[in-house]
Structures are given as structure tokens and as C-alpha cells.
Ligand binder design. Structure first.
Ligand SMILES: Nc1ncnc2c1ncn2[C@@H]1O[C@H](COP(=O)(O)OP(=O)(O)OP(=O)(O)O)[C@@H](O)[C@H]1O
Ligand SMILES: [Mg+2]
Length: 488
């Protein structure tokens, strides 16, 4: 039985055909994957189905009823829910209140009575494993729990079909496995699912069928095996990475003998909680060093200490000088640039304005040249130069975050989960670009990652961090052997 039947839907934004005559259907209890390069129109397609964005043309039949162009609350009421690419909880409300509010899609039509709402919300929380944090506020939750909260909000109304936009992004492999099990249990309970994610391995293991998109159009459809081996899909989406993903990249850059960074943190506290303890870590000029660990293990706190955003006991030496007590702005001018996990883009400014702000300390000619280099690195950003950062796709925002950090022409680049939300081909391009920057300008990189494949492939050395302290460090090629490839 077909539950969702999409026929030739299209959406244009200004001069851009974001979705171009897309058709596919979903059967009851079926899981359909939607894959494609960054900016290919996947999130827009989900938004069209959910009524968040109005299609220009085309038909969307949900359980036999035409819903194209209908309001989101009306579509939700019919039994559809969506988990968006970015978590946006209400931070003044508790976890339970957030889930309850999701059961009130509008003020006119109330779906359930008060007692029902309470029960439905608690049930949804239990299903995703949030029952112990119901009274906490979202900003105190670890990243994976925030994604759980989004899932609980969507599940609460017991939808017949669920649209999931990148549920695995930013999750460690162990968390991805937990989320996959959750999706399987939803499918087993009879829910149909449309799943968008760049973790193709996870997607392939879950879905019955995959639809592949490129530049707004459908380019392939079939079983995971058929679609992932399709030539066009490989060309626009995977690049070479299907073959090379397990191989270590050749490290061509030379590492100097100059110690650029010397970290000796005794501890970092947030209130009474200890976030970091005895972190001894160093980076030589030209090196590529990774800190790997789960969400909440302390990677971002470490970066925030380096940049002077949080107070620490101990000392950090940069180029032979102590950074203790220095202001974040002075540390940045000194040559350290951060590419934050949370992106922190100026969303109301254009792509170009964001880049120019990143390079505000450069003189005009230098700034223009650097913008050009970034555009060479990410041709997509050149095409989108005038678009406001707010309307960029998830992957395009990530490209802009990396580009803006590079605009500072840093000596040390701090990358916090740069692969989050990026298509395999783009990750490969970034790998190549980092290699080139290291060779040409001796760039030094400190990476925080959960994506072990990416970290092991690029690093000279690796530090493993667990609940705030270092557990292992050594050469990257010893990591798999001594620590194991599926530690996270
Ligand atoms: N409101 C908007 N105005 C202008 N352009 C937009 C708007 N929304 C999306 N776009 C553009 O439409 C294209 C498709 O975006 P979409 O978010 O659907 O991509 P996606 O396939 O989900 O990509 P990703 O994998 O990076 O999340 C992108 O190039 C994006 O910049
Ligand atoms: Mg998207």
C-alpha cells in the first residue's frame, strides 16, 4: 500500500532550481533513503512534503489525499512528522515541555487532551531513552540527547510517516548504532520513514530503497546496492572515496622541529563539574594532530581553552609564549583560527560578507586573493556568493565555516568536526585542500573528530580523550592496532 506518492514536485529559489520534477513513492512501513551532494535539494524536498515550503508545481498524495501546498499543521494532523537537520529546542522549557509543545502544532486544532498529551510525551521520551532527563533543560544535554529530543518530538504524535533529515550527523559510531536500532523499531511498529543522511553505510543498512538526487533532479533509484554502485551517483556523490576510504592518505607534508603548541592543562571546571583533567598535548609546526573522542568527552572544551574562552588551571604555550590570561581576540591575531562545530556564521550576511569578515585583518588585496583561494577550494561558495548564509544548505554552511577560518590565514587551524554534514566527495576535496595547504604554506592542523576514518587518514599523531582525560596517544598508524577502529 502506497502511503506517500510524490509526483513531479519542483521548487525554485530566485535563479536556482532547488528541486526539479522529483517523483518517488513510499509504501506503508517502508524506509526510503534520500542521498545526494550538498545542495542537491534533499532538505528542500522534505520541506516541500511537510508543507514548510510550498511547491511551485507537482502533486503530493498522502494516504490518497492531495497535500501539496497545504499548511504544515494540517499535514502534521494527517499523521506526518519531520526531524529537521538542526536541533532547535526551546531552551526555557524542560525536555518534557518541549515534547508536549510538539503535540500542539497550532492553537486552533488541539490534537489531544491535557492528560493524553502528558502520556504521549512521556511515552515518546521513553522510546528514545530520555526518561531520566525529562525535567532538565535542553542546553544541559549532550549533543546526542538533543537529537533524541527532536526524534521524541516527532514521534510523540505517533505519525504514520516520519521524515528524518540527517539524524546521524554529529553522532559517534556507537550513537549511530543506537539511533539505527531506534529507526528499526519504528519501522517494525509500522511507521514509514524517509531518511536523508550522508552516512551512506548507516543508510544502506536501514533502507529498502534509495533515491539519489543531484542538482534538484532524481538521478537514480533502486536498492542500496544498485544506487551506490551507479556510475552517475559515484561520480557526483562519492568521488573516489568508495575505494580509498579505508586507505591511509599519503602524508606528503614535512613536519618541522618547532613546537608551535604546548598544552599543559591541569583542569577545567564548569561550576563544580570537572570537564578536563591533566591534558598534556603538543603540536609541532606543520603537523596534523587529531583529538578523537565521543560527544561530551572534552574536545570542544579543549579548543575553547586554547582560544581563551574558558578559564583553566595550568598553562598553554603558543610559539614559546604563555597564552594564560590573553584575550580571545589577541590569541586569534596571533595566528590561531577556529572552525567551530556550531558554525557560528553571521546568518543574515551573505557568503562573501562572512568570508570578508573572516579576513578583516588582511589588507584589501590580500583579502581579495584569499577569497579567491577559498572560492577555488569550494566552487559552490562562489556560485552562492551573494546568498545569505541562513538559506545555505547544511553542507554549504559547513564549507563557509571552514572557508571563513582559512580567511584568517592562520598558522594553526583548529577544526572541530569539519566533516559534519558533508557529502563524501566534499570531504575528499577538503582532504586534498588540507594536504595542499600543508605542503604549500606549512599549515598546522589540530582536529577534533569522531569520524575516526577521517582522523586516522590525515593525522601524524592522535590523542584519544575520554570523559575529560587523555587515554592514549601515539602515531596515527598505530591507532587501529593498539586502540581498535571501533572504539567510539
Ligand atoms: N530560501 C532559500 N533561498 C535561496 N536558496 C535556497 C533557499 N533554500 C535552499 N536554497 C538553496 O537550494 C539548494 C538546495 O538546498 P537543500 O538544503 O535542499 O540541499 P541539501 O541537499 O539538503 O544539501 P545538504 O546535504 O548540504 O544539507 C542549495 O544550494 C541552497 O543553497
Ligand atoms: Mg540538507
Amino acid at each position: 500500500m502506497t502511503i506517500l506518492d510524490i509526483s513531479k514536485i519542483s521548487k525554485r529559489f530566485g535563479g536556482l532550481q532547488a528541486v526539479d520534477q522529483i517523483s518517488f513513492s513510499v509504501a506503508e512501513g517502508e524506509v526510503v533513503g534520500l542521498i545526494g551532494p550538498n545542495g542537491s535539494g534533499k532538505s528542500t524536498t522534505l520541506s516541500l512534503i511537510m508543507g514548510v515550503v510550498r511547491p511551485d508545481t507537482g502533486s503530493i498524495k498522502f494516504q490518497g489525499h492531495e497535500i501539496a501546498g497545504h499548511a504544515t499543521h494540517a499535514i502534521a494532523k494527517r499523521g506526518m512528522a519531520m526531524v529537521f537537520q538542526h536541533s532547535r529546542p526551546l531552551h526555557r522549557q524542560t525536555v518534557l515541555e518541549n515534547i508536549k509543545l510538539a503535540l500542539l502544532p497550532d492553537t486552533i486544532f488541539q490534537l489531544f487532551t491535557g492528560r493524553q498529551i502528558e502520556e504521549q510525551a512521556r511515552n515518546a521520551a521513553r522510546r528514545v531513552g530520555l526518561e531520566d532527563v525529562l525535567d532538565q533543560r535542553p542546553d544541559s544535554l549532550p549533543f546526542a540527547d538533543l537529537r533524541r529530543l527532536e526524534l521524541a518530538k516527532a514521534l510523540a504524535a505517533d505519525p504514520a510517516i516520519l521524515l528524518l533529515d540527517e539524524p546521524f550527523a554529529g553522532l559517534a559510531p556507537s550513537e549511530t548504532r543506537e539511533f539505527s536500532e531506534l529507526i528499526v523499531s519504528m519501522r517494525d511498529a509500522g511507521q514509514a520513514i524517509v531518511l536523508v543522511d550522508h552516512n551512506v553505510k548507516a543508510v544502506s543498512g536501514l533502507v529498502d530503497r534509495i533515491v539519489a538526487m543531484d542538482a534538484g533532479q532524481k538521478i537514480a533509484e533502486g536498492t542500496p546496492e544498485q544506487v551506490t554502485s551507479d556510475e552517475k551517483v559515484r561520480e557526483v556523490y562519492f568521488g573516489k572515496s568508495l575505494d580509498t576510504v579505508e586507505k591511509t592518505r599519503e602524508r606528503k607534508h614535512r613536519v618541522g622541529e618547532h613546537r608551535l603548541l604546548d598544552v599543559n592543562i591541569e583542569s577545567v571546571h564548569y561550576g563544580r563539574a570537572e570537564a578536563l583533567r591533566n591534558i598534556q598535548l603538543h603540536v609541532e609546526e606543520g603537523e596534523f594532530v587529531s583529538v578523537v573522542g565521543l560527544n561530551g568527552s572534552g574536545k570542544t572544551t579543549l579548543f575553547n581553552s586554547l582560544l581563551g574562552f574558558v578559564a583553566y588551571q595550568g598553562d598553554i604555550q603558543w610559539d614559546g609564549q604563555s597564552l594564560r590570561g590573553k584575550k580571545p581576540a589577541d590569541i586569534a591575531t596571533g595566528g590561531i583560527a577556529l572552525c567551530p562545530e556550531t558554525r557560528e556564521l553571521f546568518t543574515h550576511m551573505s557568503v562573501l560578507e562572512n568570508l570578508e569578515l573572516g579576513g578583516h585583518a588582511l589588507d584589501n588585496a590580500d583579502r581579495r586573493a584569499q577569497v579567491d583561494r577559498i572560492f577555488e577550494l569550494f566552487p559552490r561558495l562562489r556560485e552562492r556568493a551573494k546568498q545569505s548564509a541562513f538559506t545555505l544548505s547544511g553542507g554549504e554552511q559547513q564549507m563557509l565555516t571552514i572557508g571563513r577560518a582559512l580567511m584568517q590565514k592562520p598558522r594553526l587551524l583548529l577544526l572541530d568536526e569539519p566533516t559534519l554534514g558533508l557529502a563524501p566527495l566534499v570531504i575528499e576535496n577538503i582532504s586534498d585542500a588540507l594536504d595542499k595547504l600543508q605542503q604549500d604554506s606549512g599549515l598546522t592542523v589540530l582536529l577534533a573528530e569522531q569520524n575516526l576514518t577521517f582522523a586516522v587518514q590525515h593525522s601524524n599523531r592522535i590523542y584519544l580523550i575520554e570523559t575529560g582525560s587523555l587515554q592514549w596517544n601515539g602515531a596515527a598508524d598505530r591507532f587501529s592496532e593498539e586502540v581498535g577502529a571501533d572504539i567510539l
